[in-house]
Design a protein around this ligand. Structure first.
Ligand SMILES: [Mg+2]
Length: 280
């Protein structure tokens, strides 16, 4: 793991950390609705219950407090529901074993479990995961657009704060997406999945000398909020299905409050309550 933080310098008093997928970029819905859910229906032959199965997938991965869940955990939660309420799913304990036992939930980790167990269920999971990756790589640039208002926000934020992308996507995808949207000039640093967890990245950035009250994480998932709170910084939510409005509210209300020191407290709590209600 190369240390990308070493070359980073604090230039302003304020720091704004921004998540990418589903926050700056309108990429979450399309990946789940077009690739993950239908792929699961295909792999587990759930045609007869297609709508319900996809509904559960989307609920788990996009529209509830588990938004942003790892794909294998999301698959386990969804297939567990299918098994209990719709139709039996074979080999579910093998997937449960993988998601609870393996520290790393990735295709390479899954391959190691397949070698160890020779489980048909885990083979299906890998096939599904690879098929979905192939489909996601086929999405065009038009399927990876920044939400309206993101560029304008970045422009305004950049006048007063350092900007860092804190994401669990690959750094290559992040660079490509931010560049294609003409916004790559704003972040001073891009932290992708190889940089470490979000809380680790925020922690490393804080070591550069920012006051925690002058650092905010903008994100769309409860995991972003957890990372922010773990590091003692502020959180501003981009709400799913209301992303454009969320960015507009940041520009019109929260940004000034953040720079003026009045975001912390009542205002942040209100935004967080609304965020949690939206995912309830
Ligand atoms: Mg996100």
């Amino acid at each position: 793991m190369g240390d990308i933080f070493e070359g980073f310098e604090k230039k302003k008093d304020y720091l704004v950390c921004i998540d990418s997928d589903g926050c700056a970029m309108d990429t979450m819905d399309i990946k789940h609705i077009r690739c993950f859910g239908p792929g699961m229906v295909q792999e587990w032959e759930l045609w007869k219950w297609e709508e319900e199965a996809k509904f559960i997938w989307n609920k788990v991965s996009l529209y509830s407090m588990t938004r942003g869940i790892n794909r294998f955990k999301g698959l386990y939660e969804t297939l567990k529901y299918v098994n209990e309420h719709i139709t039996p799913v074979e080999g579910l304990p093998d997937l449960e074993y993988f998601v609870t036992d393996s520290g790393e939930l990735s295709n390479p980790a899954l391959r190691r479990y397949i070698e160890k167990t020779d489980s048909p269920m885990l083979k299906k999971c890998l096939h599904w995961s690879e098929m979905v990756n192939a489909e996601i790589s086929q999405l065009t640039q038009n399927d990876r657009l920044a939400f309206p208002g993101v560029r304008e926000n970045l422009e305004l934020i950049s006048r007063r704060a350092d900007i860092v992308v804190v994401s669990s996507a690959t750094p290559e995808a992040l660079r490509e997406e931010w560049e294609n949207n003409g916004i790559l000039q704003y972040p001073a640093l891009i932290c992708g999945q190889d940089a470490g967890s979000k809380s680790y990245c925020i922690g490393r950035l804080l070591e550069k000398g920012y006051d925690q009250e002058k650092v905010i994480m903008i994100g769309d998932a409860p995991g972003d909020m957890k990372a922010a709170k773990k590091c003692g910084i502020l959180f501003y939510p981009i709400e799913v299905r209301k992303e454009t409005r969320s960015w507009e509210k940041f520009r019109k209300e929260a940004m000034e409050a953040f720079f003026g020191g009045s975001y912390k407290g009542e205002m942040e709590e209100q935004y967080i309550r609304s965020f949690e209600k939206n995912l309830a």
